[in-house]
Write a protein that binds this ligand. Structure first.
Ligand SMILES: *Cc1c(COP(=O)(O)O)cnc(C)c1O
Length: 287
């Protein structure tokens, strides 16, 4: 890698102003929604999802104090990380392929991978991380709370409506508990930080009036996982987990982050709400 950092073209003043206003609005909505949560969060993390958006947009948000950014595509993340300030915290939120672990692990300011869903993927990451990395890499385990085939992730540990935890024996033998134990016991360069879900998107207003059960399913899954880890002799890792000693939850996107925060989310991932509409995947040839 060349040491000369290419200079990022600046956004126009109009675009920078537009992004600043959008960020201010989203930040304000995040604060308001989290204040209403049953267990209010002092500072939920807002990850600005910048996939398909130019580095100039990211820099404009950075200049407004934004530090957490999310990307879905490995090469796009590598290219952006090389051009942008080193104190950005990059969150990888795309599908994790084991054969891409090495290139992801080479990004020095990669802060978290939110989409770990297999022991193979976790091991590949652990192996790929340089020994020189000062801190372990945060990982979140992806849970498929909506059960849709198109979404990745391991099955949740709760069922029913409202969601309640599965019986202990089932929880203890579950894929999620096995995966969490694998990360804790076998992957010293990874730090289990929490759980992530996408959930079903509730399009209609009528649906939005009802709480999204996928968020409740992730909350119940986190509680069941932590109980199972305690039974297996893994105490909460202070520092890595939330203020209250619980694994963090990453849930909520542009269309549903307020509901997610009300349900207890710690990390929301907002793209369109900050940067505006994205081109459709099919329209972006380079991916
Ligand atoms: C693209 C993406 C987001 C952001 O979606 P918006 O609806 O634009 O806010 C959040 N999470 C994941 C996993 C994504 O792929």
């Amino acid at each position: 890698m060349s040491s000369a950092v290419p200079t990022v073209v600046r956004a126009t003043p109009e675009r920078a102003e537009e992004l600043k206003e959008a960020l201010a609005e989203i930040r304000q909505r995040v604060e308001a929604a989290s204040a209403k949560a049953a267990t209010p969060r002092t500072s939920p993390v807002l990850v600005a999802v910048s996939k398909y958006k130019p580095a100039s947009d990211i820099l404009a948000c950075y200049d407004d104090g934004q530090r957490d950014f999310g990307e879905n595509y490995v090469q796009e993340l590598v290219d952006k990380a090389a051009q942008l300030p080193q104190d950005i915290r990059w969150h990888f939120i795309g599908t994790l392929q084991s054969n891409k672990a090495k290139i992801l692990a080479s990004i020095p300011n990669l802060y978290a991978i939110q989409t770990v869903s297999s022991t193979k993927g976790a091991s590949a990451l652990n192996k790929a991380l340089p020994a020189s990395r000062p801190t372990p890499l945060n990982v979140l385990l992806q849970v498929n709370t909506s059960g849709e085939d198109a979404k990745s992730g391991v099955p949740p540990l709760s069922a029913g409506s409202p969601p309640t935890a599965l019986p202990d024996a089932e929880v203890d033998g579950s894929e999620l508990v096995q995966l969490a134990r694998h990360v804790l016991a076998e992957c010293p360069r990874l730090r289990l930080q929490g759980l992530m879900t996408i959930g079903s998107l509730q399009e209609s207003l009528a649906a939005q009036e009802k709480p999204n059960e996928d968020f409740a399913r992730l909350v119940a899954t986190r509680d069941a996982l932590q109980a199972a880890l305690a039974r297996a002799g893994f105490p909460p890792e202070s520092g890595a987990w939330g203020e209250d000693g619980r694994l963090l939850l990453s849930m909520g996107m542009s269309s549903d982050f307020e509901a997610a925060l009300a349900a207890g989310s710690d990390i929301v991932r907002v793209g369109t709400g900050i940067f505006g509409a994205r081109p459709k995947k099919e329209e972006v040839k380079s991916h």
